[in-house]
Design a protein around this ligand. Structure first.
Ligand code: HXC
Length: 336
């Protein structure tokens, strides 16, 4: 059995087999959010190819995800960088050769770190644009013909309740709705992701491909939040949620988020199941924000890359940024 129980990656409302006979192609599929999305799809009947840069991590994740359903086929294809179209195309071709089709695509690979514009080199900005925006375009280009084929083969709604096909999903963010300090690179990249999906919805909707976006808010236990949220700020946020007795018993309590909590990978997997299911047959070009209403108070109580007490705009004027976030840089240098 997989280490994860179904209630950790999906809610109990879905019916077994709703994705039987369909194949998902997921970039970033070994990551925290995308592996939960894939797990839910596989649990509900799909087979999958997960794509990543790290061979060992990607292959191990595929083996683990396959354990959620007896007979599931999950292939991990490592050594693929979404910035490189040719390797991505080869991965898509291998997926079709081994599993028979590509019916659902998730463009989930992403890159992030905290940096003010003053500390952002042109190459650093480009790295994130290339992974997020160009990577989403490349993923779509490498798979779109398969999605068109799938949509034609699996018309939905239909009389026999067979699962739909031809669904494209990109994972975005909400930072560009307002702009966000220390996230100029990601804000620009994700605005591009949303724009690409809007065009896919318009150009391929007439061929039956439904293309949508999920924009997650802060999701607990993810690499993304390790990179964005200071450990001190998270600790203070949990303590003030407890002191306020905000939604007692809830995990990830957050006074800064209207729903009172951070999101979970299960929240995002559930939204994905909805968008790929027959329940979303006519949902196209939509951005589904799954953040508890967080973006309406952008930055919430804690912001991105800030320790408790760091206030806008003083931290920018003094050049302070939290060092309690995962940096991920190969070499260290001053941030400002
Ligand atoms: C400033 C930085 C930096 C940092 C890297 N760079 N980290 N600049 N602050 N903390 C700069 C480097 O100095 C270099 O510029 C340029 O970025 C490219 O760096 P490389 O390490 O050569 O790039 P690469 O190996 O391609 O790595 C890409 C990466 C890295 C984005 C920089 O962090 C990465 O691989 N991330 C993948 C995993 C990840 O980020 N997951 C979280 C996704 S979550 P110079 O000028 O020196 O050459 C996410 C959440 C969105 O996206 C929001 C949800 C709510």
């Amino acid at each position: 059995m997989s280490k994860q129980q179904p209630h950790e990656f999906m809610s109990p409302v879905w019916r077994d087999g709703i994705f039987k006979g369909r194949v998902a192609f997921v970039t970033g599929g070994a990551g925290d959010i995308c592996s939960a999305q894939t797990r839910a799809l596989v649990y509900l009947g799909a087979d999958a190819c997960i794509i990543g840069r790290n061979v060992e991590k990607t292959e191990a994740a595929a083996i683990d995800i396959a354990k959620v359903r007896k007979g599931a086929r999950v292939i991990g294809i490592g050594n693929v960088d979404v910035r490189n179209f040719e390797t991505l195309k080869k991965a898509a071709d291998r997926c079709v050769a081994e599993l028979g089709s590509i019916d659902f695509v998730i463009a989930g690979a992403a890159g992030n770190f905290v940096s003010p514009i003053a500390g952002l080199s042109p190459n650093a900005f480009k790295a994130v644009i290339d992974i997020d925006t160009l990577g989403t375009f490349n993923t779509m280009k490498a798979t779109i013909d398969h999605l068109v084929e799938s949509a034609a083969a699996h018309i939905s709604p239909n009389d026999d309740n067979s699962p739909p096909g031809g669904r494209f999903l990109a994972i975005s963010a909400t930072f560009h709705y307002t702009g966000l300090p220390l996230q100029a690179h990601v804000s620009a990249a994700k605005a591009g992701v949303d724009a690409i999906v809007g065009s896919v919805a318009l150009e391929y909707g007439p061929r039956g491909v439904m293309a949508n976006v999920i924009a997650p808010g802060p999701i607990e236990g993810t690499e993304g939040m390790e990179r964005l949220a200071s450990t001190d700020a998270i600790k203070e946020e949990r303590e003030s949620a407890n002191a306020l007795q905000l939604r007692p018993g809830i995990r990830g309590g957050s006074p800064g988020i209207p729903s009172g909590r951070w999101g979970t990978v299960r929240d995002i997997a559930d939204a994905t199941v909805f968008l790929f299911s027959a329940a979303a047959d006519n949902v196209n070009g939509h951005v589904l924000v799954v953040d508890g209403g967080s973006w309406r108070r952008q930055g919430g109580s804690m912001g991105v890359g800030l320790d408790p007490g760091m206030q806008y705009p003083s931290f920018l004027l003094s050049g302070e940024v939290s060092n309690k976030v995962k940096d991920g840089r190969k070499t260290t240098s001053s941030k400002l």
